[in-house]
Write a protein that binds this ligand. Sequence first.
Ligand SMILES: Cc1cc2nc3c(=O)[nH]c(=O)nc-3n(C[C@H](O)[C@H](O)[C@H](O)COP(=O)(O)O)c2cc1C
Length: 411
Amino acid sequence: MLVSDERYACRPGPGMSLRRLRLLTGGESHGPKLTAVLEGLPAGLGLDRGLIDDWLARRQHGFGRGGRQRIEHDVVAVSGGLRDGRTLGGPLVLELANLDWKSWAEVMDPWTTDAGLAADRAVTRPRPGHADFSGGAATDQLADMRNVLERASARETGARVMAGAVCAQLLARYGVGLRSAVLQLGPLVVAEGPPSWDGLAGVRSDSPLVTPHPDREEALVEAVRAARAAGDTLGGVVGAVVRGLPPGLGSHTHWDRKLDGRLVQALVSIHSVKAAAIGAGLEVAGRPGSEAHDPIRLVDGRLTRDSNRAGGLEGGVTNGEDLVVRAFLKPISTLRRGLPSVDLPTREPGATAWERSDVTAIGAAPVIVEAMLALVLADELLAKLGGDAIADTDAAWKALCSRLEPWWRPE
Ligand SMILES: Cc1cc2nc3c(=O)[nH]c(=O)nc-3n(C[C@H](O)[C@H](O)[C@H](O)COP(=O)(O)O)c2cc1C
């Protein structure tokens, strides 16, 4: 078996959140473009541009999105690391143009802004629920918090989705698949409890709110209309399931490498996501142990479980069952009817201003959740398998499968 590369195995230093891959995103919401630099993929991995664009289209989707989505037509442009559809081993540089840039060019110019226009669009009343005040305090940019919100904006998730779509293609090579859907919109519950692989099968690509239950669609759309009419916003819950992961990804030995912890960090890093749960993590807290775990049986020489309350992770390591997560999103922070705030230069109270905004982003969230899962799981798989060339990674995968053969085999 090929040994994973030492230089990737443990990269110390600030910001060590991935083990083998590195992802850096750059760009502002109304700047010229967003960029994702993904480094650490083996050379020779074939990529399908159409799949990346499909994921970008899913991120623009969802009833209740604001006018920005009518301006943008997100498609990936690659400016490094790929030739003839195959990775070259260097950083993969993925770019996403902001078509709205043309309306903001003078305000967002990297060298010289138009002072009058910039003053018109200055943000001086921090919006509750946004990074305006907190990020302005951190970076000494309270005079015009546009300097904060431009980067804090969830437009950045476009860069994550491009990288995630690439990682999902690596996972698919080894038989790992992802599914996701909206389980709850505001107070309307579409599906109770943790999702299952089969339970997420019914999501149609044109579903306005990405629900696995088309009969609930109209009620969800109505709830968004009502929130919009009231000048209000909605959050919700997204569920995702990953099938095909081998047992043994993650670590039971180090707190910062336990896969449950790494996945929750990645999910909660998504804008608006305030909590994440693995399996039936929320529900089992209130149950006796006899109803909380997944008894192990041997059937036809294979380890089998009748339930998956653990959601595919035990001790911070995958156990070969489906990986099951939920992400909980707060309602969008920009309300058309405004929220009380304070104008910082005058210290006077005043309602926040409304700028074109989503009523709910819940329809976009499933693919972003998949992107963050794919990133962390591809990283974990590559940390285990190693390989500078995809043929080496394939050979390590084969060796891993034969070691696990007595207990687990790929679908
Ligand atoms: C896909 C997506 C789209 C979003 N669109 C908006 C929006 O249009 N208006 C808004 O106020 N917040 C929007 N948000 C939420 C904010 O980006 C987020 O609340 C803010 O950056 C503060 O971060 P936090 O909620 O993680 O604390 C969106 C979030 C996501 C995931």
